[in-house]
Design a protein around this ligand. Structure first.
Ligand code: NI
Length: 259
């Protein structure tokens, strides 16, 4: 494997609708960008398993997203374990976490499933890709209490600089995507500008949240380079340097060293 330019730590490349998926993956490959695709439900883990085997430089996470906790069954963890054991491109558990924005009805169930998946990741010795929306306090509290040995990543980080500091103190990484390029995203810019670079990761969360200059259009994996470029501008550094440091961070977390 050639040394990757950027590692996109969160891309739903399998969910692109307006963009041809093969073309989008090719565009990322052409720029030496590695794409990591999360699962969202108890059924989706099978789709991601198949999807990532189709392409070079595409890896995946298995996990059940907070909005999909009702799809988590007695056999979900053993299904995940089977996939992990048969597909060495599964390199983490995600996206998992808490989301109190859309629905508070399932708060307790969300916590229960989140904890079960943290404990499972610990057993498998795999990192965690975490979704937290309007639930920062509970997310961090649960991680502190239950996470023993998995490196955690706050995906699409939406907290304050102060909260980023609390996460970093616990060894948690901060992943930023297209939102940082939005004019009104003051908090995200402040985080991007001030956190230690050895805790920064890049992502797209496509097909959502396309960075400027594609804001409002369908996002895609290769647009992670605009996120790198924007953060480089904020920090007054060359884009290649942001790409290099964030790639090293991701390689460390995922054991993705170029052979
Ligand atoms: Ni996502």
């Amino acid at each position: 494997m050639e040394k990757p330019y950027i590692i996109n730590t969160h891309s739903h490349a399998n969910m692109l609708r307006q963009t041809n998926i093969d073309e989008a993956i090719k565009a990322a490959q052409a720029e030496n960008i590695i794409t990591i695709v999360p699962s969202s439900s108890g059924e989706d883990i099978f789709e991601v398993d198949k999807f990532i085997q189709k392409y070079d430089d595409v890896y995946g996470y298995v996990g059940v997203f907070p909005e999909e906790v009702k799809t988590f069954t007695d056999k979900t963890l053993s299904d995940m374990e089977n996939i992990i054991k048969t597909n060495n491109k599964i390199i983490g558990i995600g996206e998992i976490g808490l989301d109190y924005y859309w629905d508070k009805t399932y708060k307790e169930l969300q916590k229960e499933i989140f904890i079960k998946q943290i404990e499972f990741a610990n057993e498998m010795n795999l990192p965690l890709n975490i979704h937290s929306r309007d639930a920062h306090g509970d997310t961090l509290e649960i991680l502190k209490k239950y996470n023993k040995n998995s490196t955690a990543i706050m995906h699409c980080f939406s907290g304050s600089l102060e909260f980023a500091g609390e996460c970093i103190k616990e060894g948690i990484y901060i992943a930023l995507g297209g939102v940082v390029t939005f004019k009104n995203a003051i908090k995200a810019k402040e985080v991007a500008q001030n956190i230690p670079l050895e805790y920064l990761l890049l992502e797209t969360d496509d097909p959502y949240l396309a960075p400027v200059p594609y804001r409002g259009k369908e996002n895609q994996p290769v647009y992670v380079k605009y996120v790198a470029e924007y953060i480089a501008g904020l920090r007054n550094m060359p884009t290649d340097e942001i790409a290099k440091i964030t790639t090293q961070n991701a390689e460390r977390i995922f054991n993705l060293n170029a052979e």
